[in-house]
Design a protein around this ligand. Structure first.
Ligand SMILES: [Mg+2]
Length: 409
């Protein structure tokens, strides 16, 4: 089974997506997600200029060998562009292997370890009534775990708070990347945030009770001592996790946070290899691995990271907002269903146009996802539909403090 054709398809139904589509000599078609929010065309060029020519005539069954070849033969290792490109190849080959075997990918990964995949959704509000409405709306959709993000008094716009105007004029749940020639500038004040956030969780707990699992994303904005202070302040509200409390390139910084709080910690959506987790995992400085299959080189290396984490009782919390295409989401779901150390899955629903471009067989019922039982990943790309939506320039926002200093966004 040889790879005969490889195409890179960029489409922008509700947002930009990069998809690799491989066709084999015996007619199987496999697809993989290579979407890197705000830098999509860099991955598209990496694939079409440097990877596609290497794939033609390779044995489509040799997933591990192809992965190692692409990773090691480039000489230049790691990085989000490289790893998103390799991820698309890896996913497409798993899709093909599943179709050739007549099995869903999770069966090839060892079969189901659970009946369904608990998902969390993103609730947000500019004030408490709007936040409570958003939580109720998510509960009505079936979500049984909720991420809570809120505006901070005195700040114009805050990460994770929906209903910020999109340049298209449409509201697309919370989508931070805006279609515009330049990135939007937002403002930030860590002291105001640290003061405000515990009051929000106190209000949410008194409105919704003790049982609802609640999550929060700090989005890399705190220093280690600030993160420690926040984790401690949130302990009475029993969070499922506090995510990305510091920019964790400095893995040792988490030692300080860990010494001061028992709030569970989740990190890693911007990471792209196991090496980004080495200290975090071996010293048990985190509780959940947050990487995306799409940004971490695909299903094969993500399974290795999660198996490594399992030895330290660290669980999965795979990245899954709308900057992951339905293909990348399906890849996550096959892993979630098969691994033993599953924690929770992030799930933000795509828009109608995206759902027509990517025909999906995964389901979301009563708060639980399932990848379905179609052979392969269970997602098909409708090429005609994709062709209706050319790439549109879009950037993630960035932050400045009140004195004008650029801050982590
Ligand atoms: Mg996050």
């Amino acid at each position: 089974m040889r790879i005969e054709n490889a195409e890179v398809i960029v489409t922008s139904p509700d947002r930009n997506f990069v998809t690799l589509r491989l066709t084999t000599s015996d007619g199987h078609v496999g697809i993989g997600d290579a979407t890197l929010n705000g830098r999509e065309m860099a991955v598209a060029a990496y694939l079409s200029e440097h990877v596609v020519p290497l794939l033609i005539n390779r044995d489509a069954h040799r997933i591990e060998d192809t992965w190692q070849f692409l990773y090691r033969s480039a000489y230049w290792r790691r990085g989000p562009v490289t790893m998103a490109a390799i991820a698309a190849v890896d996913m497409a080959l798993w899709d093909i292997k599943g179709k050739a075997a007549g099995m869903p990918v999770y069966q090839l990964l060892g079969g189901a370890s659970r009946n369904g995949i608990r998902a969390y959704g993103h609730a947000s509000g500019r004030d408490l009534p709007e936040l409570f409405d958003s939580i109720r709306k998510h509960q009505d959709l079936g979500y049984q775990a909720i991420r809570v993000q809120t505006a901070v008094p005195g700040l114009k716009s805050v990460y994770g708070v929906a209903a910020q105007a999109q340049s298209s004029g449409k509201r697309y749940d919370y989508e931070p990347a805006q279609r515009a020639a330049l990135p939007a500038e937002e403002d930030w004040d860590t002291r105001a945030y640290l003061k405000h956030l515990p009051t929000v969780f106190e209000a949410v707990r008194s409105e919704f009770g003790e049982d609802l699992p609640l999550l929060h994303d700090g989005h890399h904005r705190m220093t280690p001592i600030q993160a420690a202070k926040l984790g401690k302040a949130l302990e009475p509200y029993d969070l499922f996790w506090l995510e990305d409390c510091t920019p964790a390139e400095n893995q040792e910084a988490l030692r300080l946070v860990r010494q001061h709080t028992t709030t569970p910690l989740a990190i890693g959506e911007v990471f792209n290899t196991v090496w980004d987790y080495q200290t975090l995992i071996t010293e048990q400085l985190i509780d959940y691995v947050r990487s995306a299959v799409t940004h971490t080189g695909g299903i094969s290396p993500m399974k290795k990271i999660l198996d490594f984490a399992a030895q330290y009782q660290i669980k999965s919390g795979i990245h899954g907002p709308t900057d992951i295409s339905p293909v990348g989401m399906a890849a996550a779901l096959h892993l979630d269903l098969s691994i033993h150390n599953f924690g929770i899955q992030e799930y933000m629903q795509h828009g109608d146009a995206t759902n027509l471009v990517f025909e999906q067989s995964f389901t979301f019922v009563d708060g639980y996802l399932h990848p379905g039982d179609k052979p392969g990943l269970g997602v098909e790309l409708n090429v005609d539909e994709a062709g209706k939506y050319p790439y549109q320039t879009a950037y993630l926002p960035y932050n400045r403090l009140h004195d004008g200093t650029v801050h982590d966004w």
